[in-house]
Ligand binder design. Sequence first.
Ligand code: ADP
Ligand code: MG
Length: 249
Amino acid sequence: MTADAPVVRAVNLVKIYQTGGLPVPAVRGVDLTVEAGEFVAIMGPSGSGKSTLVHMLGGLDTRTSGEIWLDGKRADTLSESGWAVLRREKIGFVFQFFNLVANMTVADNVELPALLGGVPPRQARERREYLLGELGLADRAEASPAQLSGGEQQRVALARALANQPRLLLADEPTGNLDSRNTRDVLRLLGKVHGQGQTIVLVTHDARVASMADRVVSLLDGQIVDDGAIPKSRRRPSGAAGDVVELRS
Ligand SMILES: Nc1ncnc2c1ncn2[C@@H]1O[C@H](COP(=O)(O)OP(=O)(O)O)[C@@H](O)[C@H]1O
Ligand SMILES: [Mg+2]
């Protein structure tokens, strides 16, 4: 691992699903490099391969061919347990389905990854309190996931993903179930952690979310068709995320 290695590098990444004998090409030769501290939004129509791409980058789906490098280390050749260690140490993941542990409280769901990552209990608790507070969930800490709305579960999943201050935050439509007030809270938190240097790769349909990114990568039929920096002057400053509530979606 070198200090200036990109956090993510995908080289000619391909995923072809084989279901019922018919090959379904989901990702068709993606090259993508994400530097430390970058916030990259991935956009594209439904079925364009966004979820498949970020799942592969997090080791949750195997590649058909190509290479994945994380933090300067080859990752696509890791075993499942190797990926599990890498995820625990370096990756925070927000899935489209939130995968909270049903028989644990919200607080424990959020603290667990930090504790597993070796963060001292007191620090894990403080981080959890900070994240739940930022997301308007402070009073839900002792609830169980089943007692939460979909939007609340989604925000808990984001808090959990950030608990460990991971090297990389991967998120698949983290505002997909949120109303504008909760979207604003999520955007404000993403802006804050990005400002603190958090590297983010995030799938979104929402132009307001994408407008906070440094770069927007557009996928179509499993290929990158556009990859452009957002000019700083046009970027939504994180402090202005409060404006979001005024926008119509
Ligand atoms: N587990 C799977 N088995 C077979 N085909 C899949 C599977 N997951 C996704 N696909 C197909 O791969 C393509 C890309 O899907 P996906 O990555 O979910 O797109 P997006 O997230 O952009 O909507 C679609 O054609 C989808 O039907
Ligand atoms: Mg998807």
